[in-house]
Ligand binder design. Structure first.
Ligand SMILES: Nc1nc2c(c(=O)[nH]1)N[C@H]1C(S)=C(S)[C@@H](COP(=O)(O)O)O[C@H]1N2
Ligand SMILES: [Mo]
Length: 211
């Protein structure tokens, strides 16, 4: 039977435990979709930089940075896994190369429009699969999927992949991001089913905010 949907054979071993395969690409986020204003848009790298200064890329600067293609699946912590996303964008490790961190940087906070944030261990951020995507399946990202720029961290649950990315903060200690403060796991490895903060081991992160 002809079908453009992934069959069981194609997705065998690709669906993490506790996830269900969905067809198409659901939209999932908290809050409204921000409007893109090119003249105001920038990507800021700040916090514990080696130089002590903030670096900024304007929207047009992005095209001058190195690019890669990564094909990966997307696992939302609420259950859906969508497969076969072809992302095109800037390897996240490029940020560290071009804006060196101070000694002692262990984590980054990825910041999005409206104050959404996700904290990441440096190794997750610089993983060869992690990128700041501008395109999906050969087309610019749509507004609801994060145009003009989103982080994609394929091995972690979707809440570690902020859409509408605007900043990378270098941190010398871990700090919880938006969902990580609201009951979600600080590390979020989809293959280890690290969904909820109550599953965390002591060294998985700082204590969740007190009520
Ligand atoms: N800025 C922002 N990015 C976000 C979110 C959000 O609420 N705000 N939700 C995350 C979650 S929980 C998931 S599963 C993915 C979903 O990406 P998609 O809508 O492209 O499928 O976006 C992530 N990025
Ligand atoms: Mo999600």
């Amino acid at each position: 039977m002809a079908s453009d949907r992934p069959g069981a054979a194609e997705t065998a071993g690709r669906i993490p435990p506790g996830q269900r395969l969905v067809h198409g690409w659901p939209v999932s986020h908290y809050g409204p979709v921000p409007r893109f204003r090119p003249e105001r848009w920038n990507l800021r790298v700040f916090g514990a930089t080696a130089s002590g200064t903030t670096h900024e890329w304007a929207f047009d600067d992005l095209a001058t940075l190195p690019h890669v293609t990564v094909v990966a699946d997307l696992h939302c912590a609420s259950g859906p896994t969508s497969t076969g996303h072809e992302w095109y964008g800037i390897p996240a490790a490029t940020v560290l190369d071009l804006v060196p961190p101070a000694a002692g940087v262990t984590h980054v906070m990825a910041w999005a429009e409206y104050g959404f944030s996700a904290n990441l261990r440096l190794a997750d951020f610089t993983s060869p699969q992690t990128l700041m995507a501008t395109h999906h399946d050969g087309e610019p990202l749509t507004a609801e999927h994060g145009f003009p720029l989103r982080l994609v961290v394929p091995h972690l649950y979707g809440y570690k992949s902020p859409k509408w990315l605007r900043g990378i903060e270098y941190m010398t200690a871990d700090r919880r991001g938006f969902w990580e403060e609201r009951g979600y796991h600080n590390i979020a490895d989809a293959w280890k089913q690290q969904r909820w903060s109550y599953q965390e081991a002591e060294d998985d992160g700082p204590a969740p905010a007190a009520p």
